[in-house]
Design a protein around this ligand. Structure first.
Ligand SMILES: CC(C)(COP(=O)(O)OP(=O)(O)OC[C@H]1O[C@@H](n2cnc3c(N)ncnc32)[C@H](O)[C@@H]1OP(=O)(O)O)[C@@H](O)C(=O)NCCC(=O)NCCS
Length: 168
C-alpha cells in the first residue's frame, strides 16, 4: 500500500475486474494498451495476484484520496521474456492532465529502488504514445532499445537505481 499527496495505490485483485474492464474500454485509453474482455481481465488480474504472491510486487489500482474513487492503475510488472521489471501508468481519460501518472509512478520508483532494491526499471512505450513518453521524460527515463511488446513495436525506456555506476 502506497500513499502519495493525492493518491492511494493498493494491489489489484480479481475483485477489481469491473473497474479493469471499464478503465480499458475507452478508445483513448486503450489505443496503446488494449481493451479487455471479462475472461482476459480475470486472467490478467489472476496473474497480477500471482506476481504479488511470488515476487512481493505487482500492479496496483490507484484511488483518489479525495474521493476514494478508482481512477487508474500503476505499479510494477515483471516480464519473463525480457527479464525486466516495468512500471506502468494508465488513467481514466477524465483524470489526465493532473500529474497523477507522474505522482503515482514516482512513488512506485521510490518503492522499487528502495525497499525492493531493483537495479533497473523499464517503461515500454509505443513511439506515438506522446503522453506516455512525456511521463517517462518527466521521471528521468531515457530510451535504451527498440523492441516488441505483445506483437507491437515499442521503445524500451529505463531508469537505473540512483546508486548504480553510470559506467556499468
Ligand atoms: C499516459 C497517461 C497516463 C499520461 O497521463 P497524463 O495525465 O498526461 O500524465 P501526468 O499524470 O503525468 O500529467 C501530466 C499533465 O498534467 C499537468 N499537471 C497538472 N497538474 C499537475 C501537477 N500537480 N503535477 C504535475 N503535472 C500536472 C501537466 O502540466 C501535464 O499536462 P500536459 O500534458 O498538458 O503537459 C495517459 O495519457 C493514459 O492513461 N494513457 C492511456 C494508457 C497508456 O497509454 N498508458 C501508457 C502505456 S506505455
Amino acid at each position: 500500500m502506497i500513499t502519495t499527496e493525492r493518491l492511494r495505490l493498493r494491489p489489484a485483485t480479481t475483485a477489481d475486474v469491473d473497474f479493469w474492464i471499464e478503465l480499458h474500454a475507452d478508445p483513448e485509453v486503450n489505443q496503446f494498451v488494449g481493451a479487455y474482455t471479462r475472461d482476459r481481465a480475470e486472467a490478467r488480474l489472476r496473474d497480477i495476484e500471482d506476481s504479488w504472491a511470488a515476487r512481493g510486487y505487482g500492479l496496483c489500482v490507484v484511488e483518489s484520496l479525495a474521493t476514494g474513487e478508482a481512477i487508474g492503475r500503476s505499479g510494477l510488472n515483471w516480464w519473463d521474456q525480457f527479464g525486466e521489471t516495468e512500471v506502468g501508468w494508465t488513467f481514466a481519460r477524465g483524470h489526465w492532465g493532473n500529474g497523477y501518472a507522474t505522482e503515482a509512478a514516482r512513488a512506485v520508483l521510490d518503492w522499487g529502488f528502495g525497499d525492493l532494491e531493483l537495479k533497473r526499471i523499464t517503461a515500454m512505450i509505443h513511439a506515438e504514445n506522446h503522453a506516455s513518453i512525456a511521463v517517462a521524460e518527466r521521471l528521468g527515463f531515457t530510451p535504451r532499445r527498440e523492441d516488441e511488446i505483445l506483437g507491437k513495436p515499442c521503445t524500451v525506456w529505463a531508469l537505473d537505481h540512483p546508486d548504480s555506476d553510470p559506467r556499468a
